[in-house]
Design a protein around this ligand. Structure first.
Ligand SMILES: Nc1ncnc2c1ncn2[C@@H]1O[C@H](COP(=O)(O)OP(=O)(O)OP(=O)(O)O)[C@@H](O)[C@H]1O
Ligand SMILES: [Mg+2]
Length: 399
């Protein structure tokens, strides 16, 4: 079980990284939100002071005071966009991007748009105009919206997080790409090396078998027959390893015959309580395959089926012509099934629930079908304690 644990450890780490990133994001958005609120309050106070100052200048007769107020307060507001309407209905503004040399119509349009935006956002601040006797004469209103600084601060965390997310995504892709490239190298290198190493003893075994067969002193010729069978199997294994180490050429083959080959090979090696059945509507269904590798996939699926069944049960292999130039091979068993949550993991290298499993059978099958045959392999259905069906989809041979 150690392998399964290390496998799930890997996924746990992913969740931890994801969780921490989400926490950091929420934290940073929350913190900026607090800052934004504070700044909003300050801007409101600033505009209130500004309105007070305006009101003062409009009601004050003494010029000295007015000069101080205008210089120190009104012109100090150089960040918050503000529009106020005087008692005569004039529009005045500060910090709104309007150039002096614009035609009046354009100025008016920009002013009105800004005013609308301000109205939607904040309550205006009221100014009271009084006559010489101090009686209320009229009201004016100061409208404002967030300063550029505040607007930037509001959007800043989102921009920052998106930049980080894009960056993280690109690094993830790059990392994954290099991981896949590395895995490919390991698969290919190991397979080639194995084929290479098996080659030499295999050719000498063949030669020894020849020698034995010709030996007049050997009574029991059956030994040589059995030996040759094993040599043939070893040759196939070597061929498989050497084909996975290179880019295998696909040819039109009769899939029904290939399936029967595998069943023929497996039948004497599997308990007689496990039935293996082959169904197909035609004796000849052609698909574009590399025979040794395709047989390897079938063998892996059947071995898994045998393991899942345990004592008694049936393995059914159906070969069907699908639509859109596809051929389907469904391998069903009456075994223990796969838990729903485990289905997405079965093709991952290293995933196994068996004491002596390596979790490589299905990873290899997927690689062979998807990379080399441009087909698809997937769990078509699985019910716990009922059985499982794996489907291989291959491309039909070009006519
Ligand atoms: N037909 C099936 N029924 C139930 N579970 C299956 C079936 N086929 C695969 N599995 C599950 O998927 C896991 C991975 O299968 P895979 O063939 O990749 O590895 P393995 O059989 O455990 O080991 P290996 O094939 O490397 O010896 C299995 O351990 C098993 O839990
Ligand atoms: Mg297996």
């Amino acid at each position: 079980m150690a392998r399964t644990e290390s496998y799930s450890g890997n996924t746990n780490l992913k969740w931890i990284v994801l969780g921490v990133s989400i926490l950091i994001s929420i934290g940073s958005i929350y913190y900026t939100d607090v800052l934004v609120d504070e700044l909003k309050q300050r801007e409101r106070q600033q505009v209130e002071l500004f309105a007070k100052a305006l009101e003062y200048t409009l009601n004050e007769q003494s010029n000295d005071n007015i000069l101080f107020v205008t210089d120190e307060i009104i012109f100090k507001n150089n960040s918050i966009p503000t529009i106020w309407i005087t008692k005569d209905g004039d529009y005045q503004h500060r910090n709104i991007d309007i150039k002096d040399d614009w035609p009046p119509a354009r100025k008016k349009k920009v002013l009105e748009e800004s005013l609308q935006e301000m109205r939607a956002r904040y309550e205006p601040i009221q100014m009271t105009y009084r006559n010489e006797n101090g009686e209320v004469e009229n009201y004016g209103y100061v409208y404002y919206k967030n300063s550029f600084l505040l607007t930037q601060l509001i959007y800043y965390p989102f921009i920052q997080l998106s930049v980080i997310a894009v960056f993280a995504f690109i690094s993830y892709l790059a990392f994954n790409y290099s991981k896949v490239a590395e895995q490919n190298q390991v698969w290919v290198g190991l397979a080639k090396e194995t084929a290479h190493q098996l080659g030499t003893p295999l050719s000498s075994l063949m030669a020894w078998a020849e020698v034995l067969r010709d030996d007049p002193n050997l009574k029991n010729k059956e030994i040589v027959d059995e030996l040759e069978k094993d040599i043939r199997k070893l040759t196939i294994v070597t061929e498989r390893f050497s084909s996975i180490g290179s880019v295998p050429a696909l040819k039109p083959e009769n899939v029904v015959a290939l399936v029967n080959n595998v069943v023929h090979y497996l039948r004497p090696r599997v308990s007689s309580k496990i039935k293996i059945e082959v169904f197909s509507l035609s004796e000849n269904i052609q698909a574009n395959v590399h025979a040794p590798l395709f047989e390897w996939v079938l063998e892996n699926l059947c071995k898994n089926a045998v393991d899942a069944i345990g004592a008694t049960g049936t393995i059914a292999i159906k070969i069907l012509r699908g639509s859109e130039s596809k051929v389907y091979i469904d391998v069903s068993d009456t075994g223990k099934g796969i838990a729903r949550s485990k289905i997405p993991m079965v093709f991952k290298p290293g995933f196994t629930t068996k004491k002596r499993g390596w979790g490589l059978g299905l990873a290899l099958a997927k690689r062979i079908i998807e990379n080399y045959h441009k087909g698809r392999i997937f769990v078509k259905s699985s019910e716990e304690n009922q059985g499982t069906t794996f489907r291989i989809a291959l491309n039909t041979a070009p006519l």
